[in-house]
Design a protein around this ligand. Structure first.
Ligand SMILES: Cc1ncc(COP(=O)(O)O)c(C=O)c1O
Length: 415
């Protein structure tokens, strides 16, 4: 029972969550209304997620009312499932895919699985790039760190060229929840949008919803959702989506903005640099004498767990505070008051990756989080790549694929 021990130890230590899932160790929302007995299956009256025509059909229909003119489908395998299913469906009918840089690995996995050629462009290039009718543009909105941009104009531009827009809103299920939060791309008629309910709303991990405007496209995507998604969907996850939807509908943000203001003030007083993102539920933190990686360790030493650390800073995903929540806000404020920033040097880590220089990457190299590939499979590994890889490894950032590449090229038979 090692995993159980690890998790209960975190709870016993009074962990404070600034990470996903949005229920923050079950202190936000009302997941406690459920119990394990509710983990049922497709018995009489409980419908079939893969061909819903009863209670789950009505749940989909209710969630679809979040934005005008969409069909919605609840999913229990995360946004990853929605992205890969959508790409399968689109690859039958569309030929050219354009990825806005900074996309999550699931986008590349879907393109790889469907053998779909793609071009990567920066967001700023979208207006000058030669988008042709029926091109599919894949956009991450908002970004992991809570940046938004003029998605309305971007969608309008792509639609004016008869392109199709898929928005990965894994980090945006809470958009439009109240005044002061940015708008979803669905306000501006994206064609397909996928939201992870589990990330920012109080739902169970893997709870996601796909929204599609065109009925025929929706049916095509459903075919692949049914191929890839478990045939035994968790009723607990689905219940948590239903409850998160009610939470979203009834949310009042007063408590959120009050506590957020107090938290920011406390952190600034403690000497932290606080960068407020477009999404008010994301804060990027720094300290003038510490690297973000060192600052991250100061937080975790106090059992405050951020979502992520990159060169840009330490990322907090704020709780959607509400009246009656059980979030340990006072302990959080107290712990920030005793943070000790005396410079700490990370222990040196031996990093031997030079043998990879000039080699072809045999498995995508992906710092995780955020899960945005640094080197794609089959791409040449350059000195610049290695510089970033060494920097990440020295700072103990997890990098998927690196061990595999090193082992592969350490094996003389493969050189
Ligand atoms: C931008 C982005 N898209 C998609 C995903 C995948 O979402 P899920 O974990 O719901 O499968 C993630 C997960 O971190 C993400 O950051």
């Amino acid at each position: 029972m090692e995993l159980y021990k690890k998790i209960t130890e975190k709870i016993r230590n009074g962990s404070i969550s600034m990470h996903v899932p949005g229920h923050k160790n079950n202190t936000i929302g009302r997941l406690s209304d459920f119990d394990w007995r509710y983990d049922m299956t497709e018995i009489e009256g409980l419908d079939d997620l893969h061909e819903p025509n009863g209670v789950l059909d009505r749940l989909n229909a209710e969630i679809a009312t979040k934005y005008e003119d969409y069909k919605a489908q609840v999913m229990v395998n995360g946004t990853t499932n929605g992205i890969i299913s959508a790409l399968y469906a689109l690859s039958q009918t569309h030929e050219r895919f354009i990825v806005i840089k900074g996309a999550h690995k699931s986008i590349y996995h879907g393109l790889d699985l469907t053998n779909s050629p793609y071009q990567e462009i920066a967001l700023e290039e979208v207006y000058s790039y030669d988008i042709k009718p029926r091109d599919v543009v894949l956009i991450t909105y908002p970004t992991y760190i809570g940046e938004c941009f003029d998605i309305e104009n971007v969608i309008h531009h792509i639609h004016s060229l008869q392109g199709l827009v898929l928005t990965d809103e894994a980090h945006g299920a809470h958009l439009d929840i109240a005044e002061g939060f940015p708008s979803s791309s669905m306000k501006f008629h994206s064609d397909i949008t996928i939201q992870s309910y589990h990330k920012m709303l109080p739902a169970l991990t893997m709870a996601s919803v796909i929204f599609v405007r065109d009925e025929k496209l929706y049916e095509n995507i459903m075919k692949y959702i049914n191929y890839f998604e478990t045939s035994s969907p968790s009723y607990l996850v689905m219940l948590s989506i239903e409850q998160a939807h009610v939470f979203y509908r009834n949310y009042s943000a007063d408590e959120f903005f009050q506590k957020r203001a107090l938290l920011i003030e406390t952190m600034k007083k403690a000497g932290l640099q606080v960068s407020q993102q477009d999404d008010p539920a994301k804060l990027l933190l720094g300290h003038k004498e510490l690297t973000p990686f060192m600052l991250h360790d100061v937080f975790t030493d106090l059992h405050i767990y951020p979502e992520m650390v990159t060169d840009e800073g330490v990322l907090f995903c704020l709780p959607l505070f509400h009246i009656g929540d059980k979030y340990p806000f006072s302990p959080l404020i107290e712990r920030i008051g005793i943070m000790d920033f005396r410079a700490r040097k990370p222990e040196p880590v031996q990093v031997q990756v030079d043998i990879l220089e000039g080699e072809r990457c045999v498995k995508s190299i992906v710092p995780y989080p955020p899960g945005i590939p640094l080197v794609h499979e089959n791409e040449l590994i350059t000195r610049a790549h290695l510089k970033s890889i060494k920097h990440y490894l020295r700072n103990r950032v997890r990098i998927e694929g690196i061990k595999y590449n090193i082992e592969y090229y350490s094996n003389e038979g493969n050189q």
